[in-house]
Design a protein around this ligand. Structure first.
Ligand code: FMN
Length: 580
């Protein structure tokens, strides 16, 4: 009988395959100048050429570049695009980017361009007719083969994408119907780093594989053979109290620092809490920071609780994305990135960079007539908020900042605050953007009616969120829980974030360890909220704008508290005499 060709590889060969996959690296440093022999390069290119391709169209070509003068011109093109990118980055990100090496065009003896001909094979190429992008995907697979084969040969490969594609195409003499897919710098190296440089540098982390695997349909995450992860239960289970030892160490260090004891006032407490959250003293600096502005609309708007039309929510989202709002100005000043999350705006929003489309619904229902959302929607919004926190931290952020936008959301906040704290609606309801006495009286009456209708039970926080909404409150609660689970600080803005924090803490009391109250808003419900949470606001300037503005003002205070704990000398180290 003929030997079967359907067997898996023997263990040592299989291990070699997984080894080369695990040990392939994007290499930017440590290239050796020695040339790559033609036969080695030939083997690597032949491996690339064996990639699968749509309809077997083999849309790739490989342009091998060794000429120094040409590489110098290409390096200049990349440098220009790199500088443009750097100019757009917020403070801490720009400093971190400055330390990164993003290309090795001149440090490597060979550069290889992989192109794609989207027309090759004519009109009826199988698969490409329905999905034109499959041509590009095929060329990317050739890159993957090349990258793996190169690793096996001991050759480092660095992919450079800082190019205006047509600019580079012109330098290479590419015909107009060919696209550049990849620019690869190839050469022998002194070593392969054990993990991606971006991970070592703290820029971004690898997501656990279980986050990326879904059973049957999107959202049912979990590895094969395991029960699907219950994302909410998983999230809540990951939240633990502050580390008491790290907090004690921080307090002791504060007392030994070259300053009178207690002289940094509330910031001493901030730094101790940061240490407790991180489980280390000193804690890592809370930078880079990112403000996530969660936007949604509210059915209760129909009750006439705000003088602003509902469309303003979508219009302000456009303003945030265009960089024209106060949150943008304050974020620029504080060196934070602005991300806008559509969790429930009652309008279709154009996809633009900086907008995360995560609509749970097109606005909530009017809570005076029924629940603002279903329990499933409340869970979905909480999980969405937590995933955003996770993605922003995986992207390298070390401090999260809450922001919000939603016309009528101070009414929903007042109802949530009353439900969670037992406060009187007259005490917890404020004038929001500014309303006359008649509208204010109506707003209180609307909150009273909602509470009477739903009879909320604070022991069931999801039911409370579902009763009063909005989607941004539920998502912000998830965002706060996500930060707590990752042990990253989250700076809370005003009354909307406060209402969301009440829900988060009702779901997981230990989440409070991650929360820092950025400011005290002029909304009366916010003072009630902060005292219920036991949080001391860092800034108190009578702000009542939302968007994340008050929290952004507090960002440098939180960062300064951490830096002081890390950088300030102690009496013994500086040789300064302590008070007798
Ligand atoms: C499509 C693509 C474009 C990339 N462009 C660049 C680049 O311009 N500069 C750079 O330094 N790295 C670039 N990289 C490398 C990635 O940053 C790198 O793959 C990532 O950090 C993971 O590291 P690893 O490849 O060592 O696992 C690119 C990677 C890919 C897949």
């Amino acid at each position: 009988m003929a030997e079967s060709t359907a067997e898996g590889y023997p263990p040592e060969q299989r291990d070699a395959i997984y080894k080369v996959i695990a040990e392939r690296r994007d290499v930017r440093r440590g290239f050796r100048p020695d040339p790559v022999p033609a036969d080695v390069l030939g083997r690597v290119l032949a491996a690339a050429h064996q990639a699968p391709s749509v309809g077997f169209s083999q849309p790739w070509d490989f342009i091998v570049i060794t000429d120094r003068a040409r590489r110098e011109r290409i390096a200049a093109l990349a440098r220009r695009r790199r500088d443009e990118f750097a100019a757009d980055l917020p403070g801490a990100r720009a400093r971190a980017f400055d330390q990164l090496k993003i290309e090795s065009i001149l440090d490597t003896p060979v550069n290889i361009v992989v192109s794609c001909d989207r027309t090759r094979g004519g009109r009826h190429t199988l698969g490409r007719a329905t999905q034109p992008r499959t041509a590009d995907f095929s060329s990317v697979l050739a890159v993957a083969n090349l990258w793996l084969a190169a690793r096996a040969e001991g050759l480092g490969v660095g992919w450079v994408s800082f190019f205006a594609e047509r600019e580079l195409a012109a330098e290479l003499g590419l015909p107009a119907h060919l696209e550049v897919i990849a620019y690869l710098c190839v050469g022998y190296v002194t070593e392969f780093a054990p993990e991606p440089e971006l991970q070592t540098a703290g820029w971004a982390r690898r997501r656990p594989v279980a986050w990326a695997v879904h059973a049957e349909e999107f959202g049912r995450r979990g590895m094969p053979g395991e029960e699907p992860v219950d994302p909410l239960a998983d999230l809540l289970a990951a939240i633990a109290p502050a580390d008491a030892d790290a907090m004690t160490a921080a307090r002791e260090r504060q007392d030994r620092m070259t300053k009178p004891r207690g002289s940094l006032g509330a910031l001493e407490d901030v730094s101790a809490r940061l240490a407790g959250l991180a489980g280390s003293c000193p804690p890592p600096l809370p930078e880079p920071a990112c403000v996530a502005v969660f936007a949604a609309d509210h059915g209760v708007h129909a009750q006439g609780v705000s003088p602003w039309p509902q469309e303003v929510t979508a219009q302000m989202v456009a303003n945030f994305l265009a960089g024209g709002a106060v949150v943008n100005a304050f974020a620029a000043q504080a060196g934070a990135e602005v991300t806008v999350v559509d969790v429930g705006v009652a309008a279709d929003l154009e996809p633009v960079p900086g907008l995360l489309p995560r609509k749970i619904g097109r606005g909530t229902a009017d809570f005076t007539a029924g629940p603002a959302m279903t329990r499933d929607q409340a869970v979905a919004a909480v999980v969405t908020g937590a995933e955003i926190a996770r993605d922003l931290v995986a992207a390298g952020n070390r401090c999260l900042v809450t922001g919000d936008m939603g016309i009528a959301n101070t009414t929903a906040s007042a109802a949530l605050i009353c439900a969670f704290t037992g406060a009187d609606p007259a005490e917890a309801t404020g004038r929001g953007t500014g309303i006359d006495a008649l509208t204010y009286a109506k707003k209180i009456e609307v909150v009273c009616r909602g509470l009477a209708r739903h009879q909320p039970d604070p022991a069931d926080p999801l039911a409370v969120l579902a009763a009063f909404g909005g989607f941004e409150h539920a998502a912000l609660a998830g965002f706060i829980l996500g930060a707590a689970a990752l042990r990253v600080p989250v700076i809370l803005d005003g009354v909307i974030a406060g209402a969301a924090a009440l829900a988060a803490v009702a779901l997981a009391p230990d989440a409070i360890a991650a929360c820092f109250a950025g400011h005290r808003s002029a909304e009366p419900g916010h003072a009630v909220t902060l005292s219920h949470l036991g949080l001391r606001p860092l800034v108190d300037l009578g702000l009542r704008l939302g968007e994340g503005t008050g929290a952004l003002l507090a960002l440098p205070l939180v960062q300064s508290a951490a830096r002081a704990l890390r950088d300030v000398a102690t009496f013994d180290s500086a040789g300064v005499a302590d008070k007798l």
